[in-house]
Design a binder for this molecule. Structure first.
Ligand SMILES: [Zn+2]
Ligand SMILES: [Zn+2]
Length: 135
């Protein structure tokens, strides 16, 4: 399938020629800051299936110590994707347009969720990382 996504202001757009996988929401304190929200909402992509359509030059990358990074639109601040060692490996579901064919499959690090958050029922929740056989 073809999936497109864009930032809030529309200056940056991308396309994924393939499937999103492993949609999940992480409630740790770092994800709250990184996504400016109660949690992340994120799915993985195959790096070779991801293409920037417009605005790649407008991206700002914030890399943390372990090689993982996030890329933002420098105009509107939307977090568009996650990178690992410089390659896009996932997208933020909030910037995906339409139905990407996946739903959040698990809530992780719910043990450190914000005191004001209410997590929806009906989806597996894990205090920290999910069990490794779920990956
Ligand atoms: Zn933007
Ligand atoms: Zn997290």
């Amino acid at each position: 399938m073809t999936i497109e996504g864009a930032c809030f202001c529309g200056a940056v757009r991308y396309r994924v020629d393939g499937q999103l996988t492993d949609a999940r929401s992480c409630h740790c304190s770092m994800c709250r800051k990184a996504f400016s929200a109660q949690a992340s909402a994120y799915a993985l992509v195959e790096p070779s299936e991801f293409t920037w359509l417009i605005g790649k030059e407008l991206l700002i990358t914030y890399e943390s110590k372990n090689g993982a990074g996030l890329q933002f639109c420098s105009i509107c601040g939307s977090t568009l994707c996650g990178t690992y060692n410089g390659k896009v490996h996932g997208v933020t579901l909030g910037c995906v347009e339409g139905d990407p064919g996946v739903k959040i499959g698990m809530h992780i690090f719910v043990g450190s969720k914000a005191p004001w958050e209410v997590i929806p029922e009906g989806v597996p929740q894990y205090e920290e990382e999910p069990p490794t056989n779920m990956d």
